[in-house]
Design a protein around this ligand. Structure first.
Ligand code: ARG
Length: 398
């Protein structure tokens, strides 16, 4: 049994109760770590809450820059959308948090890592599998999953033990957010037919009315500037969330397959993420050779599944990253997005090494395409099906 554990601490009810519960029931020393990954609200007060709940130490980290550079850049390059839609918001912050939890565990000589996830979700999988991949010697402790408290139990436990929490019995939604977007679950939305109430949206409230353009520049697949202004990736995403979000665009409503086998109704808002990936995939349409583009598209779904399923640190994901990086060598250029209330769409793209050849594509006098070559090409392309038609093909009169 572990003696000293590092808990990924949000400052909420569950993780605050978990601190005291682990101390009392597992006899461990608890070190709390809170991370800024660009979520709304601040971590102010987390130190007092953690220590007040009984933690022996508290560490706070600003991980926004690293999150963007090491976790968002790869998924932008991969156009990674789980089940074709979800930009993996929560699935991306977990491995990053685990990496730092492990660093802190090493610094403090801890022998376990803990999280406050329940047994029904994906986040437990991501926390624990990431940890197994990079620190297989550390014990995994999941107090919330194991003690099976209801929300009322937790509130009562916090009151009994004088644990400072700001929680009410009515917590309508389960929310997880970071730079890359925001997930909103539970409440009335557990009925997949129910329309999400207006009040759930934070990042995508429509406030803009005048249409506008925004130009995103990429270098080797990674966004580097917005309307000509060079920005660190994390800042660029924050900016894009504000701009695109103000047009009320970037919402998702889906029923997704969780790793544990449950179908779950989820709503998300990720205006910056969805806009940037729309632009990135478009830039690839002029910079990737056809077969590279086709093969990459085949891998993108699989890549998103790996990340969703907690396999950020895995050999297959690393191999995909190497392939994807190779494809991004010339994905350098600009994409113009048009924003209108409720809409965001591409209106132009250009690249220094664009494969779009006007002389080949045009129908006007500048045409350099050798039309005569097509005759033989089409004959041979269709030869197999022509042979089939003559010998086995369906007789349209039969
Ligand atoms: N369904 C999403 C995912 O699995 C969002 C999870 C949000 N987590 C949460 N604790 N509310 O990535």
């Amino acid at each position: 049994m572990a003696k000293k554990v590092v808990l990924a601490y949000s400052g909420g009810l569950d993780t605050s109760v978990a601190v005291r519960w682990m101390i009392e029931n597992l006899g461990v020393e608890v070190i709390c770590v809170s991370a800024n990954v660009g979520q709304e609200g601040t971590l102010d007060g987390n130190r007092e809450k953690a220590l007040g709940a009984g933690a022996s130490a508290y560490e706070e980290l600003d991980l926004r820059e690293e999150f963007a550079r090491e976790y968002l850049a790869p998924v932008i390059k991969a156009n990674a959308l789980y089940e074709g839609k979800y930009p993996l918001v929560s699935a991306l912050s977990r491995p990053l948090i685990v990496k730092h939890q492990v660093d802190i565990a090493r610094r403090y000589g801890a022998d376990g890592v803990a999280h406050g996830c329940t047994g029904k979700g994906n986040d437990q999988v991501r926390f624990e599998v990431s940890s197994m991949a990079i620190a297989p010697d550390l014990e995994l402790v999941a107090p919330v999953r194991n003690r099976g408290f209801t929300r009322e139990d937790s509130i009562a436990y916090a009151a009994q033990h004088n644990i400072p929490v700001a929680a009410t019995k009515e917590k309508l939604y389960s929310i997880d957010d970071n730079l890359w977007g925001r997930a909103i679950e539970c409440g009335e939305m557990e009925d997949p037919w129910a329309t999400p109430p207006d009040g759930v949206w934070q990042m995508t409230k429509l406030t803009a009315s005048e249409p506008r353009d925004v130009v995103i520049a990429f270098e080797q697949g990674v966004p580097v500037s917005l309307d000509g202004e060079r920005l660190a990736l994390w800042e660029l995403i924050v900016r894009l969330n504000q701009v695109v979000g103000s047009y009320g665009w970037g919402r998702l409503d889906m029923v997704e397959n969780r790793r544990v086998g449950i179908k779950s109704r989820e709503t998300y808002e990720a205006p910056g993420a969805l806009a940037v990936m729309l632009a990135h995939a478009d830039l690839e349409s002029i910079t990737l050779e056809r077969d590279v583009q086709r093969e990459k598209i085949r891998l993108e779904h699989r890549y998103a599944e790996l990340v969703y399923d907690g396999l950020w640190f895995s050999p297959l994901k690393a191999a995909f990253d190497a392939f994807i990086d190779e494809t991004q060598r010339h994905v350098t250029g600009e994409v113009r997005l048009r924003l209108e209330p409720g809409r965001c769409y591409v209106t132009g793209r250009r690249a220094t090494k664009s494969l779009y050849d006007y002389g080949l594509a045009t129908y006007d006098a500048a045409d350099r395409f050798r039309h005569a070559d097509s005759e033989g090409f089409v004959q041979l392309w269709g030869l197999s099906v022509k042979t089939w038609a003559a010998i086995q093909g369906v007789d349209p009169n039969a």
